[in-house]
Design a protein around this ligand. Structure first.
Ligand code: ADP
Ligand code: MG
Length: 899
């Protein structure tokens, strides 16, 4: 337990004797014992004791002391005006922060000012814009045992819930949403959460099914049909969000009324992109390969103009669709927008002026919006009618655009109210006046009139008094301490009338006031004070009124977000010459169930495909075709290093992802099936930078693929089997290939440096070999990046070595060894290998056959007959637990025994 949290022992010891203020502090520390309590004292938030020591250190502020009859306590405070940036630093340091504000006016209470925690700031429940990244959601997740998962973005009201059956599926979902904070229930696992995610164990009772059901009903009615685990996750998360919003004075929490759309989803409704795939396809984050930083897919697709559009696009990318109808809907909309260039460009311009509606609305209904927020809301709603116009002509071509058109509601009543009530450029402060327009409220106008009249009277006073006294140098002035005064210089003091009263003596002059001046002044001050109060009340009324339109504004916000995302996809499609993909079975009447492997139309068929990210940086990107029909879904790809294998395979996967999110794709023509899940396994050699180079990791991931892939999956295997010695590696690669081919039937792209694998592929009826070649030039090697049918030349590496200047005798020796190998090589086909079903990736059979193959040029075994003891030893090896070094040792032991 962090010492800075909970009640400070030094105070707790003397709880009975503390001054009322410190005992209030102590009480709040007890109640919010998992958060740093920031305690308002005047213009500062103070912390005491251990908490003061921690904040002073973290925030680099001065540590002072507070004395009281019971002793001296360390104290550190931050100015309230700058609190947000300090709070951010505390969050970064791993703290939750409970903000305890004075909830009574100190001038109006004689005794102790009451304080209450008005919000608990945690990484997952932020709403202050300055602490949030614009284009990203900021989720707090809630996980129960039995894997109910709820995700909420408190700043936008986006709320998702689902139930998962396996821990791996939980991990995959968390990877998609990347929450900043996780609330976990009793018995829920905490290990799926990434290290940058704060884990908050929360009150057991909130997870209780009855409590949770009740809480969910408060928000969404009684009718929600969901499993217990899901209900418990939603209920607990809602109660946590209320807690974080802070209570009212009596400690009661209030409902968050802007959460009106809960998206319950089944992960099976979306293409599954697990953590490994997201990373290796660089969907959201570029990988750092060889220290170079590239771009991620999301950046190449993101031409959104608004923050909410940016978040929407990310959501689409996070959850590519499986439903052909929905995919077509988005593609229709993109096509319509590609066609109407002028309207699209106009829409993008308008969208650039859009403020973050979702977050504005959230702040309005949390009572945290200021006058500028309301103005921003009004100005955003004011572009909505023009946005509608931009798509009015496209509504016939696209159902989705028609829907968006209908949903774009500029809420004229809300606009009118804000426009009438709030001045055009209001100040930041909402308690100090200058917020409400003249003419909006009669009482306010009267107060202002009084104020103006008083000031006008004072303006005239100087001339009047000069005339009355005959003193031309007489001045009327104002200062903040003494108020209004009449100033007369010393030589003229004789002329001062009797009704002048002395206010202040200066070196060369005296300052006076008259009873009438004093009276006017008091009148002005009273009017000002009452006007400020009146304005504040009016402002809050307006804000509450606007808050009633929350649901309508949110609908508009969603429509704006979707339109922005679609415009972005259309802009990219037009600018980079993408084509509309045909997704799913030909003629979309065939459903998944009725799809059979004899559907010839079904399969990946791409002409002139390009990698969306690499083509932007590569001067002359070479487009390549992909032909993986349903009945022959496997390609084994060989070719030298740097020839383009990895790029090509990722390109195929990215085209599928893009098509299913509703985007056009970089290709001349593309027919794509609906892929339910993309699996990738990038060999250890390519992934060292990621710090995941162990053979164990590679095998774990391979195991997942072999177990979970089905015929609608796309499997990308890049140099699998590199993390171990060549023999095991090859054996595993071959066994995996055969399994995917015989048992799974997934669309599979397999790049390998195991050249022998091409012989295997040549014999498999549903696989085909491809290769990338390269030309030798006098000035070096020229990669053509051009995919061709058939296997690569095996000796290619030697040629490269030669070109690169490796001494001739070494090259010749290498060629000789290769020639030997080629002679001795017994081509291993599916027929003469041990039956596939007995060679899953990491069993001994694969190893045995590999050993027999690779040693076939040696003088030992005839036809692969192995001595029984060697077989037994091989059978006892657990490859998944074997390090490369152990494998080598084993091999050398076996070899010496055979010899
Ligand atoms: P491999 O996996 O075969 O070693 P990569 O896919 O990593 O090769 O590609 C090596 C480099 O070649 C990439 O960094 C990329 O810049 C370039 N490249 C790959 N494919 C193409 C292509 N089709 N057209 C142009 N350049 C390409
Ligand atoms: Mg590669």
């Amino acid at each position: 337990m962090d010492e800075a949290l909970g009640p400070p022992p030094a105070m707790a010891e003397k709880a009975e004797e503390l001054t009322p203020m410190l005992s209030q502090y102590l009480e709040l520390c007890e109640r919010y014992d998992d958060a740093l309590v920031l305690f308002q004292v005047g213009d500062f938030y103070e912390t005491f004791c251990e908490a003061a020591e921690a904040t002073a250190r973290i925030l680099e502020i001065t540590l002072t002391q507070r004395e009281d009859s019971t002793g001296t306590y360390p104290m550190a405070g931050i100015p309230i005006d700058n609190a947000e940036s300090y709070i951010e630093t505390l969050l970064e340091a791993g703290y939750r922060v409970a903000v305890a504000d004075q909830v009574e006016d100190p001038d109006e209470t004689s005794g102790l000012v009451d304080r209450a925690v008005t919000r608990v700031v945690t990484p997952g429940t932020l709403t202050e814009t300055e602490l949030l990244k614009e284009e990203d959601n900021n989720f707090v997740a809630c996980l129960t045992d039995g894997y109910g998962l709820a995700l909420l973005d408190v700043s936008t009201g986006d709320f998702y819930a689902t139930e998962l059956d396996r821990l791996e599926a939980v991990e995959d979902e968390l990877q998609r949403f990347d929450p900043a904070e996780a609330v976990v229930g009793p018995d829920a696992p905490t290990d799926p959460f990434a290290s940058n995610c704060m884990v908050t164990p929360y009150e057991r009772s909130a997870f209780d099914i009855e409590n949770a059901r009740e809480k969910v009903a408060e928000y969404f009615g009684e009718t929600m049909l969901a499993s217990e685990a899901e209900l418990r996750a939603c209920g607990a998360l809602l109660s946590y969000a209320e807690y974080a919003r802070g209570g009212t004075t009596d400690g009661e929490t209030e409902q968050l009324d802007y959460l009106n759309h809960l998206t319950r989803y089944d992960p099976r409704e979306y293409m599954l992109l697990d953590a490994v795939a997201l990373r290796s396809l660089e969907v959201f984050e570029p990988r750092h390969v060889h220290g170079l930083e590239g771009a991620a897919l999301v950046e190449t697709l993101d031409e959104t103009a608004s923050a909410l559009g940016g978040r929407e696009l990310r959501d689409w990318l996070r959850r590519p669709l499986l439903d052909e109808g929905h995919i077509e809907n988005r593609l229709d909309a993109v096509e319509a927008l590609v066609a109407s260039v002028g309207d699209r460009e106009r829409a993008s311009e308008l969208l650039a002026d859009v403020y973050d509606l979702e977050r504005l609305v959230a702040r309005v209904s949390r009572g945290r919006a200021d006058a500028r927020d309301l103005r921003a809301l009004e100005s955003t709603l004011s572009v909505v009618p023009q946005l509608r116009e931009c798509i009015a002509d496209s509504t016939d071509d696209s159902d989705l655009l028609a829907e968006i058109h209908d949903e774009l509601d500029d809420c004229p009543d809300v606009r009118d109210l804000i426009d009438r009530a709030i001045v055009e450029s209001p100040p930041v402060e909402i308690t100090e006046g200058g917020v409400i327009r003249d003419g909006y409220d009669e009482a306010l106008d009267d107060l202002r009139q009084t104020e103006r009249e008083g000031k006008a009277w004072i303006d005239d006073l100087e001339a009047q008094e000069r005339e009355r006294t005959g003193v031309d140098s007489l001045k009327v002035g104002h200062n903040s301490v003494h108020g209004y005064y009449i100033e007369v210089t010393n030589p003229n003091l004789d002329a001062v009338p009797d009704d002048y009263q002395r206010r202040q003596t200066l070196k060369n002059s005296e300052r006076f006031y008259t009873p009438e001046l004093k009276e006017r002044e008091d009148e002005i001050i009273r009017a000002e004070g009452r006007a400020d109060e009146r304005e504040y009340d009016l402002f809050r009324e307006v804000r509450t009124e606007v808050g009633k339109a929350t649901e309508r504004i949110q609908t508009t916000a969603t429509a704006v977000a979707r339109l922005d995302a679609l415009c972005s996809l259309a802009t990219v499609a037009a600018r980079y010459d993408y084509c509309r993909p045909e997704v799913g079975a030909e003629g979309s009447e065939a459903s998944d169930a009725s799809r059979t492997s004899s559907d010839v139309s079904d399969g990946i068929d791409i002409e002139g495909g390009r990698h969306p990210v690499v083509e932007r940086t590569e001067e002359a990107f070479v487009p390549n075709p992909t032909d993986l029909p349903r009945e022959r879904p496997m390609a084994v790809i060989t070719g030298p290093n740097m020839s383009g294998k990895s790029t090509y395979m990722r390109q195929v996967a990215l085209l599928c992802v893009m098509a299913q999110m509703g985007s056009f794709v970089p290709a001349r023509r593309a027919e794509l099936p609906v892929i339910d899940r993309v699996f990738t396994r990038v060999g250890a050699s390519d992934d060292i930078a990621g710090g995941r180079s162990t053979f164990m990791v590679e095998m774990t991931e391979l195991a997942t693929i072999l177990e979970a892939a089905d015929e609608n999956s796309l499997v990308v295997l890049d140099e699998v089997g590199r993390g171990t010695s060549t023999t095991d590696g090859y054996a595993i690669a071959q066994a995996a290939t055969e399994h995917l081919h015989d048992e799974v039937g997934a669309y599979t792209l397999f790049a390998t440096h195991h050249h022998e694998l091409t012989d295997v592929a040549a014999e498999l009826p549903r696989a085909r070999n491809y290769h990338f070649s390269a030309e030798r030039r006098p000035d070096g090697v020229d990669f053509e990046h051009d995919l061709r049918e058939g296997p690569a030349e095996a000796s290619y590496g030697v040629e490269v070595a030669n070109t690169a200047g490796v001494p001739a005798d070494v090259v010749q020796r290498a060629e000789a060894i290769l020639a030997d190998e080629a002679d001795g090589r017994t081509t291993l086909t599916a027929d003469d290998a041990t039956p596939t079903s007995e060679i899953p990736a990491s069993t001994d059979g694969g190893e045995a056959s590999a050993v027999s193959r690779s040693s076939s040029d040696a003088s030992t075994s005839d036809g692969g007959e192995l001595p029984a003891d060697i077989l037994a030893e091989l059978q006892s090896v657990d490859l998944a637990e074997t390090t490369p070094l152990e494998a080598l040792n084993l091999l050398s032991r076996l070899k010496s025994r055979v010899e």
